[in-house]
Design a protein around this ligand. Structure first.
Ligand code: SF4
Length: 472
């Protein structure tokens, strides 16, 4: 029985409810009156329910689809403006005891090179990342209580925050590790993590169990209820995601919105981010064996409909997507992207020999961070290296209320410009610097609060003089 307030995975992600919604959406995909009503409601920019969102996703009426895309763009503009937050993944270890069929780190893969970074190697990786200009990382590690115990993750976080190299600093460490206990989540919170990220992969229990035949991750309920334990431990920035391609995308689209609704109603805070990865090729993994692959058009529609359903949740696309695909979805709702990423263990400080391959997936967008920053600015986006909210304690519902009150333009926008200025001063190529300086001058004028605008301009001049780390 469906119950958004239930602590039980099978009740807040009810299979019966999802199937009913999918049938309802199929019946109504050409129901102009109903779809117009949903678009009308969504235009208030306060979100729509999972049942309404799947009707929008299924909509087959061309002019209404154009209105859906336009609304997604408007919501993106209203809440996130033209800022795109930059981050990089950092792979600590690819030892893993799980049997996930879509991931090359699965236990039975005997030909992938297994690696775990020492604290000294982490230092080298982080210095390489700082030298690129990154300020925000997402830590990645397989699940292995012997090789990657929680103590190793905690020590690594401490190492990363402690590295100050030239003007570099990692100011926010997000963590993507396996579902764990309330006690371990408390330890992660005490270590000062930013977002705790855990992808569901698929919400369809039977498919989930087939895709995860062995290891602790095979426990669907334990995995699906992980965010509630993280919340109980006091973590209030949490990132969810599904791996599109594994299962029917309509099912997982509905499931992820139900999960967001559950987190908001049951835990008091909706997800901070939603990631929308698609299955990629990797060692021992052929994406073609999964017969649920989605086209670029469907991918774009998913991004647009998620933007409409959960306007207050950031959305992430990684370098799994090509430049072309990323360009297509940026304006539809994506607010964070990775750049200059390596998906191998130790891949930033040193190029890997092909026989040493330890990567989790093949990257589609291979450009450097400088190239990505340059490209974003050419498209009139403001690449942001900002981590201010987290450092000012604006997390969870404090962050959400700032977003809902539209005050973020007087806060995020100047912070984005100041961190971009730091990037230009310390790391950018000449061409990137030239386009960036022009962009900052234009964008400063868009800050509505005149006092904030003046102060941001002063801070930016100070950054040029060598000072760092200003924030609102
Ligand atoms: S997805 Fe995660 S848990 Fe599964 S094999 Fe890969 S690293 Fe291990």
């Amino acid at each position: 029985m469906y119950n958004v307030m239930s602590p039980r995975a099978e009740e807040f992600i009810s299979d019966e409810e999802i199937k009913e919604c999918l049938a309802f959406a199929s019946e109504n995909k050409n129901n102009r009156k109903l779809i117009e009503q949903i678009i009308e409601k969504a235009s208030k920019m306060e979100g729509v329910t999972h049942k309404e969102a799947i009707v929008l996703l299924d909509c087959e009426i061309e002019d209404l689809n154009q209105r859906i895309y336009k609304l997604a763009e408007d919501i993106k503009q209203e809440f996130y403006g033209n800022r795109i937050v930059m981050f990089a993944p950092l792979y600590l270890s690819n030892y893993c005891i799980n049997g996930c069929k879509y991931c090359p780190y699965h236990l039975k893969n005997k030909h992938i090179a297994r690696k775990k970074l020492s604290q000294e190697e982490i230092r080298k990786e982080v210095i390489a990342l700082q030298d690129m200009g990154h300020k925000r990382l997402a830590l990645e590690a397989g699940e292995d209580p012997v090789n990657n115990p929680i103590e190793y993750i905690l020590e690594s976080i401490q190492t990363i925050y402690g590295i100050k190299h030239k003007n570099g600093a990692i100011r926010r460490v997000n963590v993507n590790i396996a579902a764990t206990t309330v006690e371990d989540y408390r330890r992660l919170k005490d270590a000062g993590i930013g977002t705790y990220i855990l992808f569901q992969e698929t919400y369809h229990k039977k498919s989930y169990e087939e895709l995860h035949p062995t290891g602790p991750k095979s426990n669907y309920a334990y995995h699906t209820e992980a965010m509630d334990r993280a919340r109980e431990a006091g973590i209030d920035d949490m990132g969810i995601g599904v791996l599109f391609g594994l299962n029917n995308y309509r099912y997982d689209f509905t499931g992820i919105i139900m999960h967001a609704e559950h987190m908001e109603r049951f835990g008091g805070v909706g997800p901070h981010t939603i990631s929308v990865p698609r299955v990629r090729k990797a060692d021992d993994i052929d994406p073609d064996v999964f017969d649920n692959g989605i086209s670029d058009d469907t991918f774009a529609k998913i991004v647009a409909c998620l933007r409409i359903a959960v306007p207050y949740t950031g959305m992430i696309v990684s370098t799994r997507e090509s430049q072309e695909s990323r360009e297509r979805v940026l304006h539809l709702g994506v607010s964070q992207i990775s750049g200059g990423s390596r998906t191998s263990v130790g891949g930033y400080a040193q190029e890997e020999a092909p026989e040493d391959n330890s990567a989790q997936f093949d990257i589609s967008d291979n450009r450097t961070l400088d190239e990505v920053v340059h490209w974003l600015m050419e498209l009139s986006y403001v690449p942001s290296f900002c981590t201010a909210c987290y450092r000012e304690g604006r997390t969870g519902d404090r962050f959400m209320s700032l977003l809902k009150s539209r005050q973020i333009i007087n806060c995020c926008h100047p912070n984005a410009l100041m961190t971009l200025k730091e990037y230009l001063e310390d790391y950018a190529s000449e061409g990137t610097k030239a386009i960036g300086e022009k962009l900052i001058a234009q964008e400063l004028k868009k800050i509505p609060n005149q006092k904030v605008q003046k102060r941001a301009a002063e801070y930016i001049s100070n950054i040029h003089l060598g000072k760092r780390d200003f924030r609102f």
